[in-house]
Ligand binder design. Structure first.
Ligand code: FAD
Length: 396
């Protein structure tokens, strides 16, 4: 069997690359280890930057999103028992889009497989890459129906198989280095069956630990609670979760939190990594396969989509017109933005976690930073530029 491109992973990155290829009538095969139902329901991200949404729109991939996504115009920091609202749309005229990742993945699968006629195989096992240093790479996998290994020849492999995939190790074994950062902090990630208690994202900076609220839909809200890394979610029964959220998000004059059933409860150990370069030979990584940013700044899906725009366009230019400039510059172009957002995550992590660090010096400088955000328009616009992402960030 032969396809010009094999894409590993049906997440936001892989599906966006695959859609770009099909739009240019380039054949490709997407291989995914999970089932369609699983990837269409896996809850994760929800905040999309406006330039990323425009990128999807230009590629004909934002129809449902533009009809159904919520628009956020502000975020709110809660500290020292008070609520401080940062109305970023008033400062910039721009907003965030809130569209749960499973809805985006569902849209991208439909468009790729059902509208653009692309080939996608779910529940494949034991994916292996071969000869990616040569100009005749191939990918093999065990077929779920027959239990037999199948070999697919191709010109390029797009490694979009996320943080737990196989493509990263092919690159780091020989060609790339990996830079890592561990925050030494855990977040209890919660999804609750309840409407959000404010019309915007809430960041609670509290001596007892960070707490966050990220609206997802009128029925479901994401919350985060800082906890020790490696903590057992079973240490967080319903009552403890809600009393900590109430305590850490308390602010004078704000309505009480609406409580609801907890649909998801997972501990995330906050860490980052970056693979440099993101490509070697005929293997190109995109999204979490190449770089992880802890959900501190909600950048992971945005970066994954940005990589995918560049990789999709570069593969199309090469395969349809023999132009290799996009592929040659791909890794460097992605990594500039990746490092920019790594730095922003560090900055924001200091703000979120300084008050609870147990170090009165860090707690003091954290509060100074927070107060400056609301006292200095220059400090506010520097924050908002990173938080919302600018078109410049995306080279548009
Ligand atoms: P993935 O979405 O992980 O897709 C990779 C796919 O590859 C998966 O479907 C996987 O099953 C498949 N796969 C794995 N191994 C193989 C293999 N060997 N062969 C083939 N396929 C394979 N980001 C934001 O921008 N905003 C947010 O608000 C935000 N919140 C988050 C909250 C949580 C709790 C988490 C965990 C993440 C959050 N993120 C957020 C990050 C975001 O979800 C990821 O950055 C995003 O999913 C990356 O997309 P991707 O396509 O690179 O990888």
């Amino acid at each position: 069997e032969r396809f010009p491109v094999v894409v590993l992973g049906a997440g936001p990155a892989g599906l966006t690359v695959a859609n770009a290829l099909r739009a240019a009538s380039v054949d490709c095969l997407v291989l995914e280890t999970e089932s369609r139902q699983f990837v269409e329901q896996r809850p994760r991200a929800g905040v999309l930057e406006e330039p990323v949404v425009r990128g999807l729109e230009r590629r004909g991939l934002a129809g449902n999103l533009l009809r159904r996504a919520g628009r956020h115009t502000a975020c709110e920091f809660r500290f020292d028992g008070a609520a401080h609202r940062l109305a970023y749309a008033d400062l910039t005229g721009r907003h965030h889009f809130v569209y749960p990742q499973p809805l985006l993945v569902t849209d991208l699968i439909r468009e790729y497989a059902d509208v653009r006629g692309g080939t996608l195989r779910f529940e494949v096992r034991d994916v292996a890459l071969h000869d990616t240093d040569t100009d005749h790479p191939s990918v093999s996998y065990v077929c779920p129906e027959t239990g037999r290994r199948r070999l697919v020849h191709c010109d390029f492999v797009a490694g979009c198989d996320g943080a737990r995939g196989v493509s990263r190790s092919v690159l780091t074994a020989r060609h790339a280095r990996i830079a890592r950062h561990d925050y030494g902090i855990g977040w209890l990630a919660l999804l609750a069956e309840t409407p959000p208690s404010a019309d915007c994202v809430l960041f609670g900076v509290h001596p007892g630990g960070f707490a966050g609220q990220m609206p997802r839909s009128p029925e479901v809200t994401r919350f985060y609670l800082q906890c020790p890394p490696g903590d057992d979610p079973e240490n967080w029964p319903h009552e403890r979760v809600w009393s900590e959220l109430r305590r850490r998000l308390a602010a004078a004059g704000t309505p009480p939190l609406a409580e609801g059933k907890l649909l998801e409860k997972r501990v995330l150990d906050m860490h980052d990594y970056v693979v440099e370069p993101m490509a070697a030979g005929r293997l190109f990584l995109a999204g979490d396969a190449a770089h992880l940013t802890a959900p501190i700044a909600a950048k992971g899906m945005n970066l994954a989509l940005h990589d995918a725009f560049l990789l999709g366009d570069a593969l199309v230019a090469y395969l349809t017109a023999g132009d290799d400039s996009g592929l040659a510059g791909y890794s460097a172009a992605c990594l500039r933005r990746v490092w920019d957002y790594q730095e922003f995550s560090q900055w924001l992590s200091d703000v979120y976690h300084g008050a609870s660090s147990g170090d009165p010096y860090r707690a003091g400088t954290t509060l100074a930073r927070l107060r400056r955000l609301f006292a200095s328009p220059a400090a506010a616009s520097a924050f908002v530029e990173q938080y919302l992402g600018t078109a410049d960030h995306y080279g548009d």
